[in-house]
Design a protein around this ligand. Structure first.
Ligand code: AMP
Ligand code: GLY
Length: 425
């Protein structure tokens, strides 16, 4: 079969690494792919946000199956377009992707179906939002309704920060139409858990849980980022909690979307917080998390493509889904200035890290030159994942690999997965 994967980051490299092992796949195209993906797939210079270009390419190359991985094309309806022209897809329709595309929609869904989440109010008027912020307790969370490249959430410590976030969304229109409406919500506390789950709209099968590390610097200091590293499984997510979440959150969400006439097919991401009052939903994403996918998928022992076909064909209940009983640790190597705007085009020396047993080096922002040199092409450059029988071994091996890799200003957190142990160096 000819398969096309939309996207070009570390998540897509992890997905394509799994798909490349499937005996049923003849050829993989990546739109647009990156320097690492180019070893496994033909990279095509079509942006992941160019839905017309994606649809045209699928028609030209007689694509049999498409995996639409990033949020933007999903919310823009890429799956609806491709399915309408006969391409089978892994990924939700635009209607179902609204769980990520509109925080207001997601909150209303949770409220209607009694799915535990933070208390909230919705505003489309700046003055009313400011009045709410003025009388609320702090910290307080301000969220732009729509997609905002991961920058639409502010956890405000005081009124001034909340006001700045509201002005940025509703007056300065930093996120365009995405910020015209906002959610103001209660700040929850507790460990965060990411649960990715396969669902065909009826059956839901959670993958191994994971924990992202969003802050830029060690000790959870510094600005929020797209994610600096992940461990899987998440040590806080006990089997008892997993069972509770399945009953109170995962199954009810799938049933709610089904009942609303928006069955979700694909990977549904639950961003959970384990609060003193029990697990609650912080956010839904309509796709694999990045970098969660880079930690979770290397633990998958069964054939990802067969699972994706089962999702598409409503027979997930019969699919073979097995994960390793081991653990993984994924360390993100970023450019010096990340999460600010970064200098790109710096030469990367992998130092043999990608040849180490149990280690995968996923490319996020890289580019391969015609002369074979590998250059940086973004803020998050590489995600180095090690899989081992224990979390501690996975962590040690991931850092051994990360240390071998060099480019000017390469920076990574030294405390990914460091609980009760010392940070590396
Ligand atoms: P997001 O951009 O939606 O991934 O959210 C970014 C981060 O904001 C989450 O991972 C949480 O750490 C934090 N966050 C979002 N909503 C809340 C909330 N209600 N209470 C506390 N933290 C939150
Ligand atoms: N790692 C969080 C996300 O993919 O949104």
């Amino acid at each position: 079969m000819n398969v096309m994967v939309v996207g070009g980051g570390g998540r897509e490299h992890a997905i394509i690494s799994c798909l490349a092992r499937s005996p049923r796949i003849k050829k993989i195209y990546a739109l647009p792919g990156n320097g690492g993906i180019a070893d496994l797939a033909e990279c095509v210079p079509v942006s992941a946000e160019d839905v017309d270009g994606i649809a045209a390419f699928a028609r030209e190359r007689a694509i049999d199956f498409a995996v639409v991985a990033p949020d933007d094309p999903l919310v823009m309806g890429a799956v609806d377009r491709l399915e309408a022209q006969g391409v089978r897809c892994f990924g939700p329709s635009a209607a179902a992707a609204a769980v990520e595309g509109s925080k207001i929609y997601a909150k209303a869904l949770m409220k209607k179906y009694n799915i535990p989440t933070a208390r909230y109010e919705v505003f489309d008027n700046l003055d009313k939002a400011l009045t709410c912020a003025a009388v609320s307790d702090y910290p307080l969370v301000v969220k732009a309704d729509g997609l905002a490249k991961g920058k639409g959430v502010t956890v405000a410590e005081n009124f001034e920060q909340a006001r700045d976030a509201l002005l940025s969304c509703m007056k300065e229109k930093t996120f365009g139409a995405s910020g015209e409406r906002v959610v103001i919500e209660e700040c929850l506390t507790g460990p965060e858990v990411s649960v990715l789950a396969f669902t065909d709209g009826k059956t839901i099968v959670p993958m191994v849980s994971s924990m992202d590390h969003k802050r830029a610097y060690d000790g959870n200091e510094g600005p929020n980022t797209g994610g600096m590293g992940v461990i899987a499984p998440n040590p806080h997510y006990t089997p008892a909690l997993a069972e509770t979440c399945m009953k109170t959150i995962l199954c009810p969400t799938v049933e709610a979307l089904q009942a609303e006439g928006r069955p979700f097919k694909g990977c549904l991401y639950f961003g959970l917080m384990l609060t003193p009052q029990g697990p609650k939903v912080i956010e839904y994403n309509c796709r694999f998390g990045d970098p969660e996918a880079q930690a979770v998928l290397p633990l998958l022992e069964s054939d990802l493509f067969e699972i994706m076909l089962a999702v598409r064909e409503d027979r997930l209940d019969q699919a073979d889904i097995r994960f390793s009983s081991g653990a993984s640790c994924c360390v993100v190597l970023a450019s010096k200035e990340y999460p600010g705007s970064c200098k790109i085009g710096l030469e990367i020396d992998l130092g043999g890290a990608d040849k180490l047993p149990g280690v995968s080096v996923f490319h996020a922002g890289t580019r391969r030159e015609a002369d074979g040199r590998l250059l940086t092409a973004g803020g998050r450059v590489l995600a180095v994942t090690a899989v081992a029988p224990s979390a501690e071994d996975a962590r040690i091996q991931a850092y051994e690999a990360a240390e071998r890799i060099q480019f000017d200003g390469a920076r990574y957190r030294k405390d990914i997965g460091a609980y009760g142990t010392q940070a590396i160096r």
